[in-house]
Design a protein around this ligand. Structure first.
Ligand code: FMN
Length: 240
């Protein structure tokens, strides 16, 4: 594809077909992202865990159960929450970073506008909590994708390894688009680390950042969603 066409075609995909991604395609994609991404002193301070088949099925079940548990806990009285924390309830996130709960006041309106537009596209009303919950829950089923990747950054380079991992992730998403694949970066998949420890030998020096669902785009309404983006002029710091 032409480069600009790749940029335009990369949109977050939240519904996938069952068509498997051949190992050869997946390996080529990862190789492309590994060799094409720039990084701090060329240290490539990131690693990726790739889940397919039975591992993916197990993670889908485990993460979905934990999400349901977390949702119930969020609605529970304070004493139940405290007890859950004491007992290290599996519903409580055990990821490497604290989940963002309170958004800064300048960013919150952008987040709300995007969420609102997505639900509007899906025909989900404001008061329809069950449908909103289902849409959130779909994250933990990897939107039915045949592949999920989990991206980790080395602790030793502080924010710079996180920056590098982000660049790697974008290279991977663009290379996937070029191969006709859809993807969705998912912070939601960074909530729990322990289910991943069961299947992967993750070095202690690496912190889980997020996940990426990957596969062929399904013909679904959710995939027609294109959130508004701010123009460059709004992101540009004015000259004094
Ligand atoms: C680091 C990161 C985390 C994200 N987490 C989620 C997520 O948990 N669930 C989700 O549906 N989308 C997630 N997204 C997708 C964003 O919502 C999406 O990129 C944004 O709305 C812009 O839309 P576009 O990707 O189609 O351009 C995430 C994106 C990034 C880069």
């Amino acid at each position: 594809m032409e480069f600009n066409d790749v940029l335009d075609a990369r949109r977050s995909t939240r519904a996938f077909t069952q068509q498997p991604v051949p190992d050869t395609v997946l390996d080529a994609l990862l190789d492309r992202a590994a060799t094409a991404s720039p990084s701090w002193s060329n240290t490539q301070p990131y690693q990726v865990a790739v889940a397919t088949g039975a591992v993916l099925d197990d993670l889908r079940g485990e993460l979905s159960r934990r999400f349901e548990r977390l949702s119930r806990l969020q609605k529970a009285p304070a004493w139940k929450k405290a007890l859950a924390a004491l007992r290290r309830d599996p519903g409580l996130p055990d990821g490497d970073f604290r989940p963002v709960v309170d958004y800064p006041d300048d960013l919150q309106p952008r987040r709300v506008a995007t969420g609102r537009a997505l639900y509007q596209r899906l025909g989900i009303g404001r008061a329809d909590k069950a449908a909103r919950h289902q849409q959130m829950a779909a994250n933990f089923r990897f939107f039915d994708a045949p592949v999920a990747l989990f991206v980790f950054a080395h602790r030793g380079l502080d924010v710079y390894s996180v920056l590098d991992a982000g660049i790697f992730l974008q290279t991977l998403m663009l290379a996937a688009t070029d191969q006709g694949l859809g993807s969705c970066a998912q912070g939601a998949l960074g909530l729990w680390r322990s289910p991943l420890e069961k299947h992967f030998r993750i070095p202690a020096r690496y912190q889980l950042l997020c996940g990426l669902s990957l596969g062929y785009r399904a013909d679904a309404t959710v995939n027609t969603f294109q959130p508004d983006k701010l123009p460059a002029s709004a992101l540009r710091i004015p000259v004094r």
